[in-house]
Ligand binder design. Structure first.
Ligand code: AVI
Length: 337
C-alpha cells in the first residue's frame, strides 16, 4: 500500500500517487483514469483467478483447451519427427501444470528421445512444483526451470542453453495481446532464437460466431466471476471498495475484427474509493471497464503475422473440427551461431 510520502497533492480533492510503472497498482490507477476505463487481463491470474480459469477450461462451452489437447495427442509424432534429429530443448512459456505439454513429454520420454524440458512461469512456486511432479513420474527427465517473465527467460536461455529449441506458447494466450503487443512480442522472441529453432503457437481460429460468443458467455457464470475477480483483487490488494454486485459482466464477439471483448459494466452511478491511491473514481450508470481481448485468427492473419515478425509457417496442426491450430514457425533470416 502507498505511504503518505508517495502521494503528490494535486488539488485538494484529487491526489496523484507515484508508483513504479508496470506494477499492479500503476496499471490499475492509469487504467481507471482512461476514457473509456480499462484494466489488464494479465492481472486476472492471482490464486483465486487461476483456480477460476481451471474451471473455465472444463466448461462445456469453452472449447480451446480440449481442441489443443486433441491436436497434441493426434500430432505428437509429427512434432517428434521435426525435432528428433538432434538433442533439443522444449521451452514452455507459461507452463502452468503442463497438462498439454505433458502429452509430448510422456510420448518423447517413452520413445527415449534426447530432450530437455524448460518450463517458464512468473511464479517460482509453480515451476518448482511442476518439476517436482514431473520428476516423480519421469525420473530420467532432464529439466531446468526459469521463473521470470517470458522475454527475460528467453534472454537467459539464449545465454545459457546450447542447441536446438522448440518454444511453446500455447492456449491461445497470443489472442489476449493487442495487435501491436502481439507483433512486438513475437519479433522480440525472434531476436532471442537461433536459425534452427522453432516456435509452436496456439491460435484460436475464426468459426461460427455463436460458438465463440458462448465460450465467453457460459451459462454457469464462471467467466463473469473470472472477470469480477479482478475487482475483488483490487479490493484486497489495494484497499478498493468495489461492490461486485454493482457491476455486470458483458462479452461480445465481433466477427469482422475477430475480437472477443470483455467488459464489466457499472449498473448504477457510483463512486469507488481505492485506499492505496488515496482517491476514488466516479462511474456513470452503464459505464464500461474493458477487461480483456480474446482474438480469433484467420490462417491468412497467422501467415502475415509470421512473415511480419521474421518467421515462416512450417505447418499448421488442426483438431478434427478445425476450431484451433497449433502453428509451427521456423526462424528465417538468421545464420547459424
Ligand atoms: C488465457 N486466455 C487465452 C483465455 C482466452 O480465451 O482468452 C482467457 C479467458 N478469458 C475468458 N475465458 C478464458
Amino acid at each position: 500500500m502507498q505511504s503518505r510520502q508517495n502521494v503528490i497533492q494535486a488539488t485538494e480533492k484529487q491526489t496523484i500517487p507515484v508508483f513504479q510503472p508496470n506494477t499492479f497498482a500503476y496499471d490499475v490507477f492509469s487504467g481507471l483514469l482512461k476514457h473509456p476505463k480499462e484494466l489488464s487481463s494479465k492481472y486476472f491470474y492471482d490464486t483465486t483467478g487461476s483456480q477460476i480459469f481451471e474451471q473455465i477450461m472444463d466448461l462445456p462451452e469453452y472449447y480451446p483447451t480440449r481442441c489443443e489437447a486433441e491436436i497434441f495427442e493426434e500430432h505428437k509424432n509429427t512434432v517428434l519427427e521435426l525435432c528428433r534429429k538432434d538433442y533439443f530443448h522444449i521451452v514452455d512459456l507459461g507452463a502452468g501444470d503442463a497438462s498439454k505439454t505433458g502429452i509430448f513429454i510422456d510420448h518423447f520420454y517413452k520413445q527415449h528421445i534426447g530432450f530437455e524440458y524448460i518450463p517458464v512461469d512468473i511464479s517460482s512456486y509453480a515451476v518448482d512444483d511442476l518439476i517436482r511432479k514431473l520428476k516423480q513420474k519421469y525420473p530420467r527427465l532432464a529439466t531446468r526451470s526459469v521463473a521470470t517473465d517470458y522475454l527475460s527467460a528467453l534472454h537467459w536461455i539464449h545465454e545459457h542453453v546450447q542447441g536446438k529449441k522448440l518454444v511453446l506458447f500455447l492456449g491461445s494466450n497470443i489472442g489476449n495481446f493487442s495487435i501491436e503487443e502481439c507483433r512486438l512480442f513475437l519479433a522480440n522472441i525472434w531476436q532471442l532464437l537461433d536459425a534452427d529453432d522453432r516456435l509452436l503457437i496456439g491460435f484460436d481460429l475464426r468459426k461460427n460466431a455463436e460458438i465463440i460468443r458462448n465460450a465467453y458467455n457460459d451459462k454457469s457464470g464462471v467467466t463473469a466471476q473470472f472477470n469480477k475477480n479482478l475487482l475483488r483483487r483490487i479490493n484486497t490488494e489495494l484497499g478498493g471498495n468495489f461492490n461486485l454486485d454493482s457491476f455486470e459482466f458483458y462479452a461480445s464477439y465481433d466477427p469482422v475484427s475477430g475480437f472477443v471483448k470483455s467488459y464489466v459494466i457499472s449498473n448504477k452511478a457510483q463512486y469507488v474509493y481505492i485506499e492505496a491511491f488515496g482517491r476514488g473514481f466516479d462511474f456513470k450508470a452503464w459505464e464500461t471497464i474493458h477487461m480483456e481481448n480474446s482474438r480469433k485468427f484467420t490462417l491468412e492473419e497467422i501467415e502475415e503475422l509470421a512473415d511480419f515478425c521474421g518467421y515462416e509457417v512450417e505447418m499448421n496442426l488442426f483438431d478434427s473440427k478445425q476450431y484451433f491450430t497449433d502453428s509451427i514457425w521456423k526462424v528465417v533470416g538468421k545464420a547459424d551461431r
